[in-house]
Design a protein around this ligand. Sequence first.
Ligand code: ADP
Ligand code: MG
Length: 338
Amino acid sequence: MVGTGVGARRGILIKDGEALERGRKIDVVVLDKTGTLTEGRPAVTDVIAFNGGVGSDEVLRIAASLERFSEHPLGQAILRAANERNIALAGVDDFENVAGKGVRGRIGNAPLIVGNIRLMREDGISINDAMPQIEAREAHAETAVLVASNRELIGIVSVADALKSDAKAAIEALHAEGIATAMITGDNAKTARAIADQIGIAEVFAEVLPQDKAEQVRELQGRGRRVAFVGDGINDAPALAQADLGIAIGTGTDIAIEAGNIVLVKGSPLKIIEALRLSRLTFRTIKQNLFWAFFYNIAAIPLAALGFLNPMIAAGAMAISSVSVVGNSLRIRRQKLV
Ligand code: ADP
Ligand code: MG
């Protein structure tokens, strides 16, 4: 790993030299939302029940009973909330995970759906009456998880995922260098927009299905952009591989880390700009080294050939040339990049 040399002390693992070569030319950085810009540890903030009959504990019980079988961070948050309220879960049959949308299942004879607007629409569940409440949540950067039982919407579980503390500074640093940013997420457009506004990201690709993230990167590349993709999830791996530079969050999934060219060990988004600056600095240093190495030889070889250079001094000069190149490279370690 190249990173052992230039990045490791900074918590930046660089897997191949080509990553550095490409890193200096990036003009747009596309960032995944969940787990990359946000902590990726969402928490339930509120549970609303509709239709008089069931209370909010029942809404949470149904949602958590299904989410017990889901690996999604939203599902984990709902499960945690139910545990905290000591809600006993029900047995579930016919569990089904719908990627990028939610989950389905059955408790006894009641068919259940837990997920986003798209999933409800797909299943023909009427949500019009709840739209004002859903939109209010989304405007506050929260994700509304809708719960339907027996083909009727019975409640909403609101979930919030805090922004990473340095997310805003990271975006500002990229913009200051003239690098554009965009956010990509499977989450709904309103929540995504609210989060992007908090940190100053102008372009948002929302409601992108897991399999379409790479396609979005390809589309940008087709317009001549040189794209870095930053992500952490299983569903980010194809986009990480497709991008000119894949930057994986070290606290993310193994699959993402495997697919990235660069790994940010602690997952701080500020490290993105550091990695890009490191790429440029490394290349500038390589060019300086080549210049001085050639300069020495071009100047000294003719002198030696013509007998103007004592062989002992020539040997010394050769060694000094190597030391200067290594010394110049070692300066990279001490450069402050952020
Ligand atoms: P991302 O990783 O960008 O948040 P996903 O594709 O995993 O996107 O999910 C997109 C959206 O699908 C979520 O914001 C949520 O609305 C819905 N969703 C996915 N999985 C679940 C789940 N297990 N429970 C509830 N909603 C879900
Ligand atoms: Mg993610």
